[in-house]
Design a protein around this ligand. Structure first.
Ligand SMILES: [Zn+2]
Length: 491
């Protein structure tokens, strides 16, 4: 029988301990924000934690792409105080502290995930959903108390929460969260390509995004990404030392697949070698599978991890997570099937993911992907011809000094804007605008939902003020935001 506490689903691990460990998780993260409210989950988390930070126990909180969690360990009574305080603050966030917390948040400069993972989610999903991990939005100083309160009310409800407790259940728990239905998550189509592609940018390192099916009884995707990560680590070690960060990040998708990003940072001068290591590890494993030794190590890690966790509780939590995100159910994990996995099964999993894979390297090292058959593509979608409409060209001075500017044309068409640059034609339909930013220097920057980002002001285009006027008429006020003053100071 499922257990509930004040409408919050409770997973209780009855361990022989006198202290209590609590994790209160909400099915809401950075992917549920919008471009004009990027960072709002993190801001809310700070406001809420400020109300309990004097408790003399170990406490913590995290916001990632999909979830927000509050954690505490200590005497049952103190952990009870923590949970009651968190819930009370979530139902009435202390937004009067927003200005003070904004400075703290700006100084923290916390990424939701690693920049290489964030960039690849942005390439896949555009300026929405998990793609927001890549963007700054208005910064912590651009959020209003009303926005924070509305976000908390929508997402931080009893129906959208799971409480995991180990040890004694605190007495007198009062989880005063709003109830009334589980909120639905946005659904965004992924950008698709004809075969494997690669994008270039300036972050030193290399990465790959793979969409893998999820939840078979042998958990082959988990094993496949594990052997790939180990292979990348092994190859980077030969490139030059042990200090590389090699890690992975993943976002589950409602269709039952998971987007995995595996990434390796590169020290100056090793970008090429690291890109080669990542690209070759993937293509070789997809063709030939892992060695027997690599597979055995992956299986040993799998066993070890199961031995250190309460497997029943973690299976229950995984099932519940799928329910909260409307994902299809997974097959029950079958340890015998896991142990029977063969190298060619893992090769097949990776091979099936290759046609939709997105590689990443620095622009100078992109060749490490293209020589293996990955097509270099721009960060955002391009294609087609410029539509008919009023044309705007960059100022003469800009055209004189930049080859790029000479080829730029901005078109104001009835259904939106279009821009032609070196990469091709980008479209920004009025109903596909994710946000419009007023930058600190007076520029107006338009963000398309599918990933395009363009400045369009009169400073850049002759007569461009007319385009800004049209944007003001066409794009809803709620989508406009100012560049963070913290960000402007940085630039
Ligand atoms: Zn574009």
């Amino acid at each position: 029988m499922p257990q509930y506490l004040d409408g919050v689903r409770l997973l209780h691990h009855k361990d022989q301990q006198t202290t209590t460990d609590a994790t209160l998780t909400f099915a809401v993260g950075a992917q549920d924000e919008t471009l004009p409210t990027v960072g709002i989950a993190h801001a809310l988390e700070h406001l809420v934690m400020s109300t309990v930070r004097r408790l003399p126990i170990t406490i913590d909180a995290t916001v990632d792409t999909t979830t927000t969690s509050f954690l505490a360990s200590g005497s049952p009574a103190r952990v009870g105080e923590f949970l009651n305080g968190i819930c009370a603050a979530l139902s009435a966030p202390p937004v009067e502290r927003l200005e003070v917390e904004a400075g703290v948040l700006a100084a923290e400069d916390g990424w939701v995930t690693h920049p290489m993972a964030a960039l690849l989610y942005n390439v896949r999903y555009g300026n929405r959903g998990a793609g927001l991990d890549w963007l700054d939005g208005p910064g912590p100083d651009g959020l209003t108390g009303d926005q924070v309160i509305a976000f908390a009310r929508r997402w931080f409800t009893a129906d959208n929460a799971v409480l995991q407790l180990t040890g004694p259940i605190p007495e007198g728990l009062k989880l005063s969260l709003p109830t009334g239905g589980r909120p639905r998550h946005g659904r965004y189509a992924a950008r698709s390509f004809d075969g494997p592609v690669a994008v270039g940018f300036g972050i030193p390192g290399a990465a790959v995004l793979l969409s893998l099916p999820d939840g078979d009884a042998a958990r082959t995707s988990v094993l496949a990404t594990d052997v790939l990560q180990q292979r990348i680590e092994e190859m980077c070690r030969h490139v030059g030392g042990h200090s590389y960060v090699v890690d992975s990040d993943s976002v589950h998708q409602p269709d039952g697949t998971t987007d995995w990003v595996l990434y390796a940072e590169a020290r100056e001068g090793t970008e090429d070698a690291v890109a080669q290591a990542v690209a070759e590890a993937l293509t070789d494993l997809a063709a030939n599978g892992p060695s027997e030794e690599e597979l055995r190590l992956a299986l040993d890690r799998f066993d070890e991890e199961r031995a250190t966790f309460d497997t029943e509780l973690s299976a229950e939590f995984a099932a519940l997570r799928r329910e909260l995100f409307d994902e299809p159910e997974a097959e029950p994990l079958d340890p015998d099937r896991v142990r029977a996995v063969r190298p060619d099964e893992l090769a097949a999993v990776l091979r099936a993911a290759l046609p939709s894979a997105i590689g990443y390297a620095t622009e100078e090292s992109l060749e490490q992907w293209t020589k293996l058959g990955f097509q270099a593509v721009p960060l955002c979608p391009v294609g087609g011809e410029l539509p008919a409409g009023q044309e705007f060209r960059p100022h003469r001075v800009a055209r004189l000094f930049s080859r790029e500017a000479r080829e730029m044309t901005l078109v104001l068409a009835p259904d939106g804007l279009a821009i032609r640059d070196n990469d091709g034609v980008h479209r920004l339909p009025w109903d596909g605008v994710a946000g419009v930013m007023r930058a600190g220097d007076g520029t107006t920057v338009v963000f398309g939902a599918d990933g395009c980002v363009f400045p369009v002001s009169g400073d850049l285009y002759r007569g461009g003020a007319k385009v800004v006027d049209e944007l003001e008429r066409r794009v809803d006020r709620s989508l406009w935001f100012k560049e963070s003053r913290f960000k402007a100071e940085e630039d």
